[in-house]
Design a protein around this ligand. Structure first.
Ligand code: MN
Length: 249
């Protein structure tokens, strides 16, 4: 996981401790939605505060195919589900539904989330790299719902923007738009050009190869895990289960 290693190296110890606590708070919803005895997704137990600047896009064949766009900020991955994937045509804005913050380790996750689990389906690290804000203070920009940034990925490059739409009553998640800003990487008239590049940025595999694969990310055999689960469950307080969000997880 090159992305993770890169982001951990540059920390200042003090900031790391304070930030790690904040990052744990940000990951509450992430933990509530998942049973880590069953899914091989990272639990994010090793939370570190970050001044790293990784980004990742995970292609996720869940009940509905979508692309999860994630930007590292404050020790977590801020996350948006983009049903149609990123468009390289600046005139074509793509709806990006904000979902729960994910742990940094999630950026390296590729494999299959078991059926019946939250977000069950195959996940590909479709793109990864670094990002940098290009306008103003990044926290101000995020809060005000207008993030402008430059991506240095293998597929997504150059200037992009995430712009939050006005909330409507009844919205459970905030809706943003992912927009390609005009530059040499834009492809007017060919919004889905990037989506044709359909191999993992991490392992060069295609979706069906990941789905069929038996690498380390695939969930642990249920039989081995079973005794451990029952012993621990007895002492565990029942965890509140959130309703699944309306995004196509
Ligand atoms: Mn997803």
């Amino acid at each position: 996981m090159a992305t993770k290693a890169r982001s951990i190296q540059t920390k200042r110890p003090m900031a790391r401790r304070a930030g790690a606590h904040a990052a744990k708070q940000l990951l509450k919803t992430y933990h509530q939605k998942r049973d880590f005895k069953t899914t091989a997704e990272p639990s994010g137990a090793e939370v570190v505060a970050a001044e790293g600047n990784s980004f990742v896009v995970q292609k996720h064949a869940a009940s509905h195919l979508h692309y999860d766009f994630r930007l590292e900020m404050d020790g977590v991955l801020k996350s948006w589900a983009v049903a149609k994937g990123p468009s390289v045509d600046p005139a074509v804005k793509r709806l990006a539904i904000q979902v729960e913050d994910h742990p940094l380790a999630y950026g390296g996750f590729e494999g299959t989330i078991p059926k019946g689990q939250y977000g069950g389906g195959t996940v590909m690290v479709w793109d990864h790299g670094t990002w940098e804000p290009t306008e103003g203070d990044v926290h101000d920009a995020y809060r005000s719902g207008r993030l402008k940034f430059r991506l240095k990925g293998e597929k997504m490059k150059g200037l992009w923007a995430l712009v939050r739409m006005k909330p409507r009553s009844g919205d459970r998640n905030s809706n943003w738009l992912l927009i390609k800003d005009k530059d040499d990487n834009a492809r007017p008239g060919a919004p889905d050009k990037l989506l044709e590049l359909d191999k993992s940025a991490k392992t060069k595999r295609e979706m069906d190869e990941i789905a069929a694969g038996s690498d380390a990310w695939i969930s642990k055999p249920a039989k081995k895990a079973a005794p451990k689960v029952s012993a621990k469950k007895k002492n565990r307080k029942p965890q509140p289960r959130r309703q699944a969000s309306s995004h196509p997880n």
